[in-house]
Design a protein around this ligand. Structure first.
Ligand SMILES: [Zn+2]
Length: 435
């Protein structure tokens, strides 16, 4: 299963940047930079824009087509562009002297293959056009992502098709010792931000990454995807090891039947499930929605929670183990409680008639513990609890968030799991943590 092992490079970890937020801001900045500085295309194609030899996006697929149609490579020029804001197929192709009528035909014919309205700002495209005074496009290629693209050939008849470059998945390794935060350590060790996010989710229930200590260390095996030898993204983490306060935490990815999850060395799931609802007997009266008619404010606004209607006084339970993060009153929420389950998940419960006594900031609660009672305080028409769910600081639909059930590996897959586990643990043990 392992094709090649690469040992993640460890750089010195003395940098003092704050958190992963810096990484986010940097990448936003980069995205902004790229879209602001793409190749200009005003009217006629200028010579600086022309790249005759370097065909990066398209490989040889259209070239074969041209050759098959008797076109000599010399008679073509290539324009490499990046989709700009509000730019569409006709805007691009009109500059390459394609008629409105033909563009309309292309857009129409494209529907079965790719919806041209789905062009995304910042994506690459290529236009092959004739190296003569006509400068007429004969092929337009849009890159959906690093591996997939759509080809529009308009030589004599229209031909539109999708192509896929081969994606190689390789297993990579990385490791590091915690010097400050997980985010900082990963950034200092040049480990992809997505691996950090994956790790924090895999270990969410086992390790509170806001309380890790100096000297904790980790090793991780993960997939990385390559197209033409260039990295195009990170796949899943396939196994990891975390040494936290001198305890071993193994996580091994395993697919059993339809479901996949991370399991420890004893074949137990690393996750704990949330209770389906914060009330024992209830009905959903309003679902999570980006746009719903607010019954009190009489206008459309996002409803970032799930409402459960129940009689006043019905006990409200914390849906998972955690620590009370907030408990109090606000005009909109009424009496409310927010529970932090770990560094990934938090939940909140609104409009309580009363918060249970003793439920205040810093208090630890177990799954199923009563934290308050149903009411209609704040902006509410009748007694209900508005249940809100956060994942990595973002509100999500509690009913749709994919937290698989925390079941161990099924009996019938046990021996298969043990084989995978042993192989992974052996690989992890063989990897030194460089500090
Ligand atoms: Zn609500």
């Amino acid at each position: 299963m392992l094709k090649r092992n690469h040992i993640g490079k460890l750089l010195n970890h003395n940098l003092r940047l704050t958190t992963g937020i810096v990484v986010c801001i940097l990448s936003l900045f980069l995205i902004g930079y790229i879209s602001d500085h793409d190749v200009p295309l005003e009217g006629k194609v200028s010579h600086e824009d022309i790249v005759e030899q370097h065909i990066e996006v398209v490989d040889t697929v259209p070239l074969n087509y041209f050759v098959a149609n008797g076109i000599v490579a010399d008679s073509l020029l290539l324009y490499e562009g990046i989709i700009k804001k509000n730019q569409n197929l006709s805007e691009i192709l009109l500059k390459f002297n394609i008629s409105y009528a033909l563009i309309a035909q292309l857009a129409n014919k494209s529907k079965e293959v790719f919806e041209v309205r789905k062009f995304v700002v910042g994506k690459k495209y290529n236009v092959f056009y004739s190296n003569d005074t006509l400068q007429k496009a004969i092929s337009f290629i849009y890159e959906i992502d690093a591996a997939n693209y759509v080809v529009y050939n308009m030589l004599d008849s229209i031909r539109i098709y999708r192509e896929r470059k081969e994606v190689d998945t390789e297993i990579m390794m990385a490791s590091g010792e915690i010097t400050s935060s997980l985010w900082q350590t990963m950034a200092d060790n040049n480990i992809n931000f997505n691996i950090t996010v994956n790790l924090s989710e895999i270990y969410a229930w086992a390790i509170d990454f806001y309380r890790i200590q100096k000297g904790d260390y980790f090793k991780v095996l993960y997939e990385e995807k390559f197209v033409d030898g260039e990295s195009v993204g990170i796949g899943k983490v396939i196994a990891a090891y975390f040494n936290h306060y001198n305890h071993d935490y193994y996580a091994v990815y395993f697919e059993q039947g339809e479901a996949a999850d991370y399991f420890d060395e004893n074949a137990n799931s690393l996750r704990k499930a949330f209770l389906k609802a914060p009330l024992k007997y209830s009905r959903i009266s309003s679902r999570y929605s980006m746009k719903r008619f607010h019954p009190v404010q009489k206008r459309y606004k996002a409803h970032l929670g799930t409402d459960y209607a129940a009689p006043r006084g019905t006990p409200i339970m914390s849906t998972g183990d955690g620590v009370i993060q907030k408990s109090g009153y606000s005009k909109g929420n009424g009496n409310y409680v927010k529970v932090r389950h770990n560094s990934v998940y938090s939940t909140q419960y609104l409009h309580m008639n009363k918060i249970k006594s003793g439920i205040r900031k810093g208090v630890r609660v177990r799954q199923g513990d009563v934290i308050g009672y149903v009411g209609s305080t704040g902006l509410a028409t009748g007694p209900h609890v508005c249940y809100r769910f956060w994942k990595n600081g973002r509100q999500v639909d509690a009913l749709k968030v994919s937290v698989p059930p925390s079941l161990p590996v099924e009996k019938k897959y046990r021996s298969e799991y043990e084989k995978v586990r042993d192989e992974m643990i052996q690989k992890l043990r063989g990897l030194d943590v460089e500090v």
